[in-house]
Design a protein around this ligand. Structure first.
Ligand code: ZN
Length: 160
């Protein structure tokens, strides 16, 4: 069955950057499952999976604009150390959920300078060219309920 609008797709992937460094992989885990055409995965990848079939292997190159976006300078912010109450030690690389005008946002601590902490609200993969090695493990039709909700149900999806 070919991947089309409202297919539930399971695929294995290995994600590398242009230096060949592995950033993420489903190896040794269950394949990633998503509802096709619902914007569950990044646009550059979803587009290339259209029309593919079970067992197909492909390499997909995704630019930042079709991936996690460009790095936005305005998402880098200095916040007072006092904003991290209850956190004993604030270290670079730590992630926190910040409340912003646009809703909750995951931020990563970039550096700590005295009483000031520089946080970055960009996605960790923003600004990067991504290379996905993909193998399609399964394709099935979505249930009406899944289409309505815009995501996959069952053991590899939302349970509710
Ligand atoms: Zn649901």
């Amino acid at each position: 069955m070919q991947i089309a609008q409202n297919s539930v797709v399971a695929f294995h992937y290995t994600l590398t950057n242009d230096e060949g460094e592995v950033l993420d992989s489903s190896e040794g885990r269950e394949p990633l499952t998503y509802l096709h055409g619902a914007g569950n995965i990044i646009p550059g990848l979803e587009k290339e999976l259209e029309g593919r079939d079970v067992g197909e292997k492909l390499v997909v190159k995704v630019s930042p604009e079709e991936g996690y976006g460009e790095v936005q300078e305005q998402l880098m912010q200095e916040v007072p150390r006092d904003a991290f109450q209850g956190v004993e030690s604030v270290e670079p690389g730590m992630q926190f959920q910040a409340q912003t005008q646009g809703g909750p946002l995951m931020v990563t601590v970039k550096k700590v300078e005295g009483d000031t902490v520089v946080v970055d609200g960009n996605h960790p993969l923003a600004g990067q060219k991504l290379n996905f090695d993909v193998e399609i493990a399964n394709v099935r039709e979505a249930s009406e309920e899944e289409v309505e909700h815009g995501h996959v149900h069952g053991e590899d999806g939302a349970e509710h």
